[in-house]
Design a protein around this ligand. Structure first.
Ligand code: AP5
Length: 209
């Protein structure tokens, strides 16, 4: 089974992706994570991340194309943060077609701007991949990761001025993408405002169909 998670910054895509891969044994491809990893080697990536703009399509499509070359793709996957615009969706279709792979569902997790700001400004992350929220999902010890005891940090693009720009980009690109997946009957609406368990329940119910 293969799925896509769409939604604004802070919608809970990463949180739900972790729940899905743990419970349904599939691969998780987050272009945001891949780019944050890649910025250590390619400094130009960081400029885009810090400005809240999208990294150029060619760059991201190439990353995805390369990842799809690997055989483990047959295990099933969840795409998180890709595609981000219509061009990326069309390119993804070409990659999938060449591999004879189909997408089963596209989950659209919607939350409003105020909730997104609240979630993102409170997010703290660890290098090990764990993610927290200072009030809604706090670590046991303030500022320290429960799993590896490293110091938690705030993502550079989680500052309020960058979040606004990320949201503006999102609002410009999302409508055509929604129309695209609605037209081919893959789109499923998920109420992202519910708590983490409830959102996972909604997503699981479609995966189990
Ligand atoms: P990316 O890393 O994809 O960021 P994003 O889409 O902005 O999403 P976030 O990671 O901010 O949020 P999320 O939805 O994963 O929420 P999370 O689960 O963490 O992209 C970053 C940048 O990379 C982009 O701006 C762009 O520059 C570049 N990029 C990435 N993909 C690209 C592409 N395809 N093309 C071009 N450029 C690309 O949750 C957030 C917080 O809320 C956490 O603290 C969490 O604990 C909490 N939370 C989660 N669920 C709930 C809930 N149900 N209730 C209450 N709190 C919750």
């Amino acid at each position: 089974m293969n799925f896509i998670l769409l939604g604004p910054p802070g919608a809970g895509k990463g949180t739900q992706a972790k729940n899905v891969i743990k419970n349904f044994n599939m691969l998780h491809f987050s272009t945001g994570d891949m780019l944050r990893e890649g910025k250590k080697l390619d400094k130009t990536i960081n400029k885009f991340l810090l400005s809240g703009r999208l990294v150029p399509d060619e760059m991201v499509i190439n990353i995805i194309k390369k990842r799809f070359e690997r055989d483990d793709i047959k295990k099933g996957f969840l795409l998180d943060g890709f595609p981000r615009n219509l061009r990326q969706a069309e390119q993804l279709d070409l990659i999938l077609e060449s591999k004879n792979i189909k997408i089963d569902k596209v989950f659209f997790m919607d939350i409003g701007f105020d909730e997104a700001i609240n979630r993102i400004t409170g997010r703290r992350v660890c290098e090990c991949g764990a993610s927290y929220h200072i009030t809604m999902l706090p670590p046991k010890k303030i500022g320290i990761c429960d799993y590896c005891e490293a110091d938690l940090i705030q993502r550079d693009d989680d500052k309020e001025n960058v979040i606004r720009d990320r949201f503006t980009v999102y609002e410009k690109e999302i409508e055509p993408l929604i129309k695209y997946y609605k037209k081919i009957k893959l789109l499923v609406l998920i109420d992202g405002l519910k708590d983490e368990k409830d959102v996972f329940k909604q997503i699981s119910s479609y995966i189990l169909q």
